[in-house]
Write a protein that binds this ligand. Sequence first.
Ligand code: ADP
Length: 357
Amino acid sequence: MKKENRFRNVLRAVNHFIVFFLLIAFVITCCIMLFVSTLVETMNLTLTNETVSAAAKITFGNAILLSVLFSIFDAVRRKLTVERPVKRITQAAEKITQGDFSVRIQPPSRFGTEDKFNEIIECFNKMAEELSGVETLRTDFIANVSHEMKTPLSVMQNYGTLLQQPGLSEEERLEYAKGVTDGSRRMADMMTNILKLNRLENQQIFPKTEEFDLGEQLCECLLQYENTWEKAGIEIETDIAENVTVRADSELLALVWNNLFSNAFKFTPEGGTVSVSLTATPHHAIVKVSDTGCGMSPEVGAHIFEKFYQGDTSRAAQGNGLGLALVKRVVDIMRGEIGVESVVGQGTTFTVRIRKN
Ligand code: ADP
């Protein structure tokens, strides 16, 4: 295959050379003929058969020589300014195809090389950088998923072994069985989140927009946590503007509120307060979810939207670090904005700003 390609390349080069040669020969002959005819007219020269045939031979020889020289010059120029950069680009592209995303093309010196190639090389290097970033994310993602799966699996294994012991009391049996179901629920939750995130990132989910009352949706989502706040003695404060409607995908938005509420309740100790507010500007709806929980440091805050990132490891068993990554993806899809303000030991406020239409 390679031999065939090389042969085809040689043929193409010869073809190019001949065409270029003929073109140059034609141009030079025309120039010389024009020059001779002007000379004859202006100087009143008389041309005999002998002088014409001698001059024709010399002219023909000159035309051939100049054409060969031009063609060689052009071939060398092409080799240096076109073929060399093209070869470097194709070699690098081949490496990328083989999975080596570390490849970068050294930009050739500006002198002599066509500027377009420098543009292509810059684009290529940018693409390679993006691809290697994606590859790192992919390998990190696999490592994280495997790590996250190992914990509930080993917990389930332990409880499974305990369940096999003879003579367990009813209480012990229930406790161990609960351990197994909790572990499997955690794995199932993680898988659901991974699938959702994957579908959102691959844009397999197309937002189904409809107009709905945002305040109503916030109240519905919040009410799902009634048992949680009652059990933990958490106070709820709401300040929800009436008749704020948005045109958006309600299912996707519910995902945002559910994640923010569940975090607020998870990170707020007994007796704390969780507040939800909704305000509107002519074009945007602004939702704030605040809590008086443990808060987070600026270092933690800088990473919370990354996949699998968990700042508070003491509560790691209650999540998988995917919630806020999902939230951010949904808000991005809706061309909205999300921000966080937090003070360690005092609490956290998430602010989501989405377009009404
Ligand atoms: P998970 O809650 O499963 O750990 P998330 O993606 O929802 O994952 O959150 C990532 C991290 O952000 C949490 O581990 C926690 O450190 C921090 N975080 C999120 N919400 C809050 C909050 N309301 N108060 C304090 N920290 C929070």
